[in-house]
Design a protein around this ligand. Structure first.
Ligand SMILES: CC(C)(COP(=O)(O)OP(=O)(O)OC[C@H]1O[C@@H](n2cnc3c(N)ncnc32)[C@H](O)[C@@H]1OP(=O)(O)O)[C@@H](O)C(=O)NCCC(=O)NCCS
Length: 142
């Protein structure tokens, strides 16, 4: 397995496709809804095995101190095998290298236990998405 930043067009297409299939399609959200206006300013990571993308995630910077993780997604049949943890650690490492002091994220309620295991704590509520997915705001000091 290899943890790396997507570089080729094929890697970026596979990366956004995974984000859409895991995080948007189950809630009937159209293609394109898996992206926002910060893609060019973000650090993206994919975890691959023989060129197949098993998981991915993104971090962007809200200020010099604060980074935000978004779009953590692991292929359904690969969840629970440590892949998300590896991607999250990689994003944290890169944020730290840029001088970030802490990371925030908005977690779906179903993913909160994952982030707690990785050292995040709930600091408040975050907006509900697509009318149904409850979110909590979480933070980890680096
Ligand atoms: C949430 C997600 C990114 C986690 O990645 P993953 O590869 O499945 O998680 P890992 O295998 O690295 O888990 C790391 C630890 O968290 C625990 N964990 C992961 N998901 C969990 C869950 N839903 N409930 C309880 N514990 C969980 C694992 O048991 C593991 O514990 P361990 O270190 O004691 O073995 C992934 O499951 C996913 O893509 N889910 C669907 C999309 C999603 O919810 N994304 C997050 C949006 S905010």
């Amino acid at each position: 397995m290899e943890l790396k930043e997507p570089k080729t067009q094929e890697e970026f297409e596979g990366y956004y496709d995974l984000r859409w299939r895991i995080l948007r399609y189950p809630w009937n959200q159209p293609r394109g809804s898996e992206k926002d206006s910060l893609e060019d300013m973000s650090i993206h990571l994919i975890l691959t095995e023989e060129d197949k993308i098993l998981g991915a995630g993104r971090v962007h910077f809200n200020s010099n101190d604060e980074a935000q993780v978004r779009y953590m997604a692991v292929e359904e049949n690969q969840q629970g095998k440590g892949i998300g943890g590896k991607i999250l650690s990689g994003l944290e490492e890169r944020a730290k290298q840029r001088g970030t002091n802490y990371i925030v994220l908005n977690s779906r309620d179903t993913a909160v236990p994952f982030y707690i295991k990785k050292g995040y704590r709930i600091i408040g509520e975050a907006p509900t998405m697509f009318g149904t997915i409850k979110h909590s705001k979480m933070r980890k000091d680096l």
